[in-house]
Ligand binder design. Structure first.
Ligand SMILES: NC(=O)c1ccc[n+]([C@@H]2O[C@H](COP(=O)([O-])OP(=O)(O)OC[C@H]3O[C@@H](n4cnc5c(N)ncnc54)[C@H](OP(=O)(O)O)[C@@H]3O)[C@@H](O)[C@H]2O)c1
Length: 308
C-alpha cells in the first residue's frame, strides 16, 4: 500500500515509526509540508500543489496529519475531495475539516466509493469513533464525554485545591497544555470532537456551529471548593442527544462514570436502548494518535470499507 502524508510533524513522524516497528507492507511515498512536497521522505521540499502530488505519486491512502485550520478546513478539505475523485482513501487525525464540513466530505467519499477514516480525531487511539462499527443496530440516545485532556487536568487540579492559573501553569510545565491554550480552555476543542461523535453515532450532518459551548476559564475557585465539600467534582462535559449538542462545566456526583475520569484521561459514555457503554483512556500523544491512524489503515488494507 502506498501512503502520502499531508503534514509531517509529531504525529506524522510517530506514524512512520509505528509502520516501521510493525514491519507492515506500507510505503510512505512522501509528505506535504507548509512549503511543498517532500518525496521521498528526507528529501528536499519542492513547490508542488497537492493535486499534482496526488497525480504524480498516486497513493492508495492520503493521511492527514496537518495542523487544524478552523477557518475553512483548508488545504485538507480540497485535498480530500481531490483524493476521493481519484479513488484514494483518506485517513485523518485533523479534526477541523470534519468539524466544519462533515457532511460534504462524507457524501463525496461515499459517491466515489472511497473510505474516510478518522478514529484519531477523537480520543486518539482509544476507539471512540470506530467502536460504532461493532455496535450495529443499537439505538443511541445520548453521548456524554470528557474529550479534552488539558481542561480535565486543570479541573482535576482545581478540585485538589489549585487556582485556575496555578493549574494551567502546571499543565503547561507538564506539556499537557499548549503555550496558547485558548481553543482547549474555551471548550472549542471539545465542541469539535463532539460534532464528529454526534455525526457518527446519530448519523446526522452537524457542524461545530450547531454546538453550544462554554469553557472553564470563568470557573470560580470558591465554587469548586463548595462543590468539593458537597462531594461533587467539576468536569467539562460534552453532551449530545438527537436534539442538542452542548459543552459546559457540570458538577458531577460520585455515581457518574465521568466523575472518575481524572487528569489528562478522556472518557465517553454511550447510552443506548440495550445498554450503557463506557470507555476511557488517554486522549492525546503522537504515538496514540498514530495508532488511531494505523487502526484505520489496517481496516482499509484488509479490504473492508469504513462507513458511517
Ligand atoms: N499530537 C497529538 O497528540 C494529536 C492527537 C490527536 C490528533 N492530533 C492532530 O494531528 C494533527 C497533527 O498534529 P501534530 O502534533 O503532528 O502537529 P505538528 O507537529 O504541529 O505538525 C503539523 C504538520 O502539519 C504541517 N502543515 C501545517 N499547515 C500545513 C499546510 N497548509 N499544508 C501542508 N502541511 C501543513 C506542518 O508543516 P511544517 O512541517 O512545514 O510546519 C507540520 O508538518 C493535528 O491536526 C492535531 O490536531 C494530534
Amino acid at each position: 500500500m502506498k501512503v502520502l502524508l499531508l503534514g509531517y510533524g509529531n504525529v506524522g513522524k510517530a506514524f512512520v515509526e509505528l509502520l516501521r516497528e510493525n514491519q507492515l507492507n506500507v510505503k510512505v511515498v512522501g509528505a506535504f509540508k507548509r512549503g511543498g512536497l517532500v518525496a521521498p521522505l528526507g528529501g528536499e521540499e519542492k513547490a508542488v500543489e497537492i493535486e499534482k502530488g496526488l497525480e504524480q505519486l498516486s497513493p492508495d491512502v492520503l493521511v492527514d496529519v496537518s495542523s487544524p485550520n478552523y477557518v475553512n478546513g483548508e488545504p485538507s478539505v480540497s485535498a480530500y475531495l481531490e483524493a476521493f475523485k481519484r479513488g484514494i482513501h483518506v485517513i485523518t487525525a485533523n479534526k477541523a475539516p470534519l468539524a466544519l464540513k462533515f457532511g460534504e466530505i462524507l457524501d463525496e467519499a461515499r459517491k466515489r466509493k472511497a473510505s474516510l477514516g478518522f478514529q484519531a480525531t477523537v480520543m486518539s487511539g482509544v476507539p471512540s469513533v470506530n467502536l460504532r462499527r461493532v455496535l450495529p443496530a443499537l439505538k443511541v440516545y445520548e453521548l456524554r464525554g470528557i474529550l479534552n485532556g488539558t481542561t480535565n487536568y486543570i479541573l482535576s487540579k482545581m478540585h485538589d485545591g489549585l487556582s485556575f492559573d496555578q493549574a494551567l501553569k502546571e499543565a503547561q510545565e507538564q506539556g499537557f497544555a499548549e503555550p496558547d491554550p485558548t481553543l482547549d480552555v474555551n471548550g472549542f476543542d471539545s465542541a469539535a470532537k463532539l460534532t464528529i461523535l454526534a455525526n457518527v453515532y446519530f448519523g446526522c450532518r452537524k457542524s461545530i456551529k450547531d454546538v453550544r459551548f462554554s469553557g472553564i476559564e470563568h470557573i470560580d475557585f470558591s465554587e469548586v471548593g463548595r462543590w468539593r465539600n458537597e462531594g461533587l467534582k467539576p468536569k467539562l462535559v460534552a453532551k449530545a442527544s438527537r436534539s442538542e449538542l452542548r459543552v459546559s462545566v457540570e458538577a458531577l456526583t460520585r455515581n457518574d462514570p465521568l466523575y472518575h475520569v481524572d487528569g489528562v484521561t478522556n472518557g465517553l459514555l454511550i447510552r443506548t436502548d440495550i445498554q450503557d457503554i463506557f470507555i476511557s483512556g488517554p486522549g492525546a500523544g503522537p504515538k496514540r494518535a498514530a495508532y488511531g491512524i494505523l487502526s484505520d489503515l489496517l481496516i482499509i488494507s484488509s479490504g473492508q470499507s469504513i462507513e458511517f
